[in-house]
Design a protein around this ligand. Structure first.
Ligand code: PLP
Length: 411
């Protein structure tokens, strides 16, 4: 018991003293945390609001129903399911609705920024789908549109998956829509990473551009509780099928305490989302530029490095992604190694790159000056080979002034 509490306390203190740059993470607002930790975490609710298999939910039904309606109106979607307990579960439910064993699908592949759930080791493989890949154009750091069109016509996949885990620029959803209509191919846009930016109107809106369905996590640039969501503009029949895959297909209880926190985060995004998203993208561009000027090999210089919360750095010359990420951790700078777009030999244990996201530090109020300082810390550790322990002390001091969350309601 003592040991557990001490480890727990250490973790809390440590991550609060770190520069957190993992692109898939974020923190909820204090008020969202308050409505997250509630009696609802002990309760069960199978099925849909007002049509449950359990009693005791009269207030919760109203909360979930309002959450669904709020997302529907904000995203102009005719279908929303907030029950998936993670992005992967959203994909599993959606993929299994749209395709069956042996069917062909077209995804980005790891070199193009796919999430593992789109691929053979993940949900797509679990469902027995045949996974084909888009050709990725490293120059534009995006899908090769002409080759993609040909591939869709040739393969006639059941669905394509856009979006992804490494996503620096908007993708040609509109352009692919025309081809997909010819082959009756559905477009799923996995917005896990950029959902908050889309919500704020600062990244391409996939539904507006022709995607049939958005699958997503709710905790990356969208700073909600960890969980998943499915949205779409689809026919009633398909809506029902997806709902059935969510429950009883891939889950039973859906971790109810998430839902009020999700709703509250959407309300916060409606109020503060634009200034948050604008600053996130600005910070990402600045960090890329700073690192580039310090002679790091940041991808995408010709295109302004990024239009999302992420940047990608090739650290082959500095010891590789695994080595550099571990070294930075010793200095309290937390990020993750990643396969580079277009990397030839895929080695997920020893990839050539780093993926960096600025959304969490932006929420703590960091701007231009701090971004410059972060780049400098990274240079000192990686290029100047200064002692990470020494930099760690500086990082802790630096982080002290950025402990209070911005862009949210007062708790
Ligand atoms: C993070 C991520 C997921 C998985 O989300 P979980 O909530 O971790 O299951 C799915 N798709 C993409 C593109 C992601 O980046």
């Amino acid at each position: 018991m003592k040991k557990l509490l001490s480890l727990f306390k250490k973790h809390q203190e440590w991550r609060g003293n770190c520069i957190n740059l993992i692109a898939s993470e974020n923190v909820m607002s204090p008020l969202a945390e308050r409505v997250y930790l509630s009696d609802l975490m002990h309760r069960y609710a199978e099925g849909l609001p007002f049509k449950r298999y359990y009693q005791g939910l009269k207030y919760f039904d109203e909360i979930e129903n309002r959450t669904i309606e709020k997302f529907k109106s904000h995203f102009k979607a005719n279908f929303v399911d907030v029950r998936p307990i993670s992005g992967t579960i959203s994909n599993l439910a959606t993929f299994s609705t749209l395709a069956k064993k042996g069917d062909k699908i077209l995804t980005l592949g790891f070199q193009g920024g796919s999430h593992v759930s789109h691929e053979i080791p993940g949900a797509a493989g679990l469902l027995g789908l045949k996974v084909f890949h888009f050709d990725f154009n490293e120059k534009i750091l995006n899908i090769d549109l002409e080759k993609a069109k040909k591939k869709i016509l040739k393969i006639k996949p059941k669905f394509i998956v856009l979006g992804g885990s490494v996503i620096l620029f908007p993708q040609p959803v509109k352009e692919l829509k025309r081809i997909c209509q010819k082959t009756k191919t559905k477009i799923i846009y996995d917005a896990a990473h950029v959902f908050g930016l889309i919500c704020a109107g600062f990244f391409q809106n996939p539904l507006k551009e022709g995607a049939d369905i958005i699958t997503s996590s709710t905790h990356k640039t969208f700073p909600g509780p960890q969980g998943g969501i499915i949205l779409g503009n689809i026919e009633k029949d398909l809506q029902k099928k997806i709902q059935k895959k969510v429950f009883p297909g891939v889950l039973s209880n859906h971790h109810l305490h998430r839902i009020p926190a999700l709703y509250l985060t959407l309300l916060e995004m409606k109020k503060f989302g634009k200034s948050y998203a604008r600053q996130v993208i600005k910070n990402a561009k600045s960090l890329a530029k700073e690192l580039y000027n310090l002679s790091f090999n940041v991808l995408g210089k010709e295109k302004g490095f990024t239009q999302s919360h992420q940047i990608v750095v090739d650290v082959r010359e500095n010891g590789g992604g695994d080595f550099v990420a571990k070294l930075l951790e010793k200095a309290n700078i937390i990020l993750n190694k990643n396969v580079l777009p277009g990397e030839e030999k895929i080695d997920v244990i020893h990839p050539a790159g780093l993926r960096i996201g600025v959304q969490e530090m932006t929420r703590f109020g960091m701007k231009g000056k701090e971004i410059k300082q972060i780049a400098k810390f990274m240079k000192e550790v990686i290029l100047d080979k200064k002692s990470p322990e020494k930099i760690k002390r500086k990082v802790i001091k630096f982080r002290k002034s950025f402990k209070k969350l911005k862009y949210c309601f007062k708790a």
